[in-house]
Design a binder for this molecule. Structure first.
Ligand code: SF4
Ligand code: SF4
Length: 70
């Protein structure tokens, strides 16, 4: 599904920072891994990527701003 962050499990230490900062509940810890799950109202804020201490999570989607700045 487009719009989900990508998590490199080999880099993830399961600290939970991304889960805690996500306001949409789009990230969940299952066992010893973090997973991105589709949500109805995703917010492409990229905060999960910014907060990750190991660079394990990346947001490959782009935020496109149109001519009117919307
Ligand atoms: S980009 Fe924002 S809304 Fe989407 S998973 Fe990351 S923290 Fe959550
Ligand atoms: S912040 Fe990074 S290292 Fe921590 S659980 Fe999320 S993806 Fe893994």
């Amino acid at each position: 599904m487009p719009g989900l962050p990508v998590i490199d499990q080999s880099k993830c230490n399961c600290c939970g920072l991304c889960v805690n900062i996500c306001t949409r509940g789009a990230l969940k810890i299952e066992g010893n891994t973090v997973k991105a799950v589709p949500v109805e109202d995703p917010d492409w804020c990229t905060m999960c990527e910014l907060v990750c201490p190991t660079g394990a999570i990346t947001c490959p989607f782009e935020i496109i701003i149109d001519e009117d700045g919307n």
